[in-house]
Design a protein around this ligand. Structure first.
Ligand code: G3D
Ligand code: MG
Length: 201
């Protein structure tokens, strides 16, 4: 399995608007990962069933005030406990991680935090931009961004991991585009920094 970039001639990787970005969508089961994916792909709500393995979709999204079309390869990986060891394989060479959280599932917030920190801190994922999707904001009792930032201990991820927390409602699509814009910006910034580091060597 390779990421989109490895299939592209190297000159294309220097032209940001021609690139496809490889993104792993992770999170506990029932957080809303597949709903996020299909909302982005079809621009409508799709009734989901629990994901047994993974869903892979190539999605074109128009981003920014100039409506640039950006292609993302999303890998939506099942979040049940027995599937989580697979997450590592899907984040190998990934450009970004989307971690979806059910903002009302207070009981499993500690578990979500543990899984999030585990995957972000693996050596392959050092510095990979992270979008935390604080989903199900339409529900009463949903935790707000500040509470989620604290509960998930996002500040403890350290300065090496660029992250953004985005409140969303995947059912109607609220917040998803804004979140992707931020992720896209973080990815481009990281690539630029990596290119500059390479030149200095
Ligand atoms: P997963 O892929 O992370 O396992 P799913 O999660 O996308 O299958 O979603 C799990 C359930 O959460 C689904 O409901 C889905 O409709 C619901 N859901 C997803 N996003 C939102 C949201 O923003 N708000 C609300 N209220 N519900 C959401 P069912 O009933 O099919 O289990
Ligand atoms: Mg799913």
């Amino acid at each position: 399995m390779g990421n989109g970039l490895s299939e592209q001639p190297s000159f294309l990787s220097n032209i940001p608007f021609l690139q496809a970005f490889h993104i792993a969508i992770l999170g506990l089961d029932s957080a809303g990962k597949t709903t996020v994916l299909y909302r982005l792909q079809f621009n409508e709500f799709v009734n989901t069933v629990p994901t047994k393995g993974f869903n892979a979709e190539k999605v074109k999204v128009s981003l920014g005030s100039r409506s640039r079309t950006v292609t993302f390869h999303f890998w939506d990986v099942g979040g049940q406990e027995k599937l989580r060891p697979l997450w590592k394989s899907y984040t190998r060479c990934t450009d970004g991680i989307v971690f979806v959280v059910d903002s009302v599932d207070v009981e499993r917030m500690e578990e979500a935090k543990t899984e999030l920190h585990k995957i972000v801190k693996t050596s392959e994922n050092q510095g990979v931009p992270l979008l935390v999707v604080a989903n199900k904001q339409d529900l009463r009792h949903a935790l707000g961004p500040a509470e989620l930032e604290r509960s998930l201990a996002l500040k403890e991820l350290g300065p090496g991991t660029p992250w953004h927390l985005q409140p969303t409602c995947a059912i109607i699509g609220d917040g998803l585009k804004e979140g992707l814009e931020k992720l896209h910006d973080m990815i481009l910034k990281r690539r630029k920094a990596l290119r500059q580091q390479k030149k200095k060597r």
